[in-house]
Design a binder for this molecule. Sequence first.
Ligand SMILES: C[S@@+](CC[C@H](N)C(=O)[O-])C[C@H]1O[C@@H](n2cnc3c(N)ncnc32)[C@H](O)[C@@H]1O
Length: 301
Amino acid sequence: MTGAAAGAVGHHCLVPGIYDEPELYEAACAYRDVPGGVDALLRWAGRHRDPGAGPPRSVLELAAGPAEHARELARRGLDATALDLSAAMCARATQLAAAGATRLTVVQADMRDFSLGRTFDLAVTMLNSLCHLLTLDDLLRHLASVARHLDPGSLYIAELAHPADFFAAERRTSSKWSSEVDGGTVSVRWGGGTDVIDPVTQITREHVSVTYHRRGGAVRTVTDVVPNRFWTATELTAAIRLAGGFTVVASYGDFDADTPVAAPDAWRMILVLRRDDVASEVPAPLTATTTPARTSTTPAS
Ligand SMILES: C[S@@+](CC[C@H](N)C(=O)[O-])C[C@H]1O[C@@H](n2cnc3c(N)ncnc32)[C@H](O)[C@@H]1O
């Protein structure tokens, strides 16, 4: 069992937490329909990329964790790269790709500022991982880094929590759930309850608890406190304009259908950004140094 209190600077301090437990994290997220999500990503890529560009051939998944979506896209023939800050998550993504004989490049780097020396046709960030960008500067550096890695006309698709989870009288997603997973049941609490948003910073210190009950056997719990920055739709739009290099071309509220983000049953906020043609619009990195990236490709080329 691990317990961690995250420091004010962010989640990745030296104490272990839920992202150091990739298998439990995966079990907690087993409710997702990853192939269905990937169908939607490819449908939107076909619709919103430059006409005549054809289907995307390469993809970069940011804050990828175990790289569920990157591995599914690789299985469908894309040249896939997964980037994450956590060494444990990178190791797990590499291990799962090898086990599935899936070719995947894994990079351990910070999504706030990275340099991979190449471009992609598509970038994606899934499951509200942008909540780990805690400040406007973090978000601007991130957008500039992503823009540098996309060819003109290519897309950046970012899935975020729906603002109704923060603004509406009732949340549209649950902060507690259980799933049947291999050989047992996982029970999850992720935020909610007494976790309140700081009205000034818009950061919630989300209490996370994941308990795995192996059938007829052991019980294991990991607890953590994960800072989560809530980004409003208008803040995101303003930050995207400020960063330069992108135009918001669509937004959706679900993966199953093309539900508008404003629909009463929308439960995600999915933004589709198209990389502008004018290279000069992308500012240089805000910092003098770029985080060194550690890269491995599975299976080895
Ligand atoms: C909620 S998990 C989501 C993982 C994955 N996107 C998914 O859909 O399963 C958030 C991930 O963001 C990663 N992360 C947090 N801060 C990061 C940063 N600054 N740069 C890169 N990855 C980061 C964590 O290590 C973790 O794997």
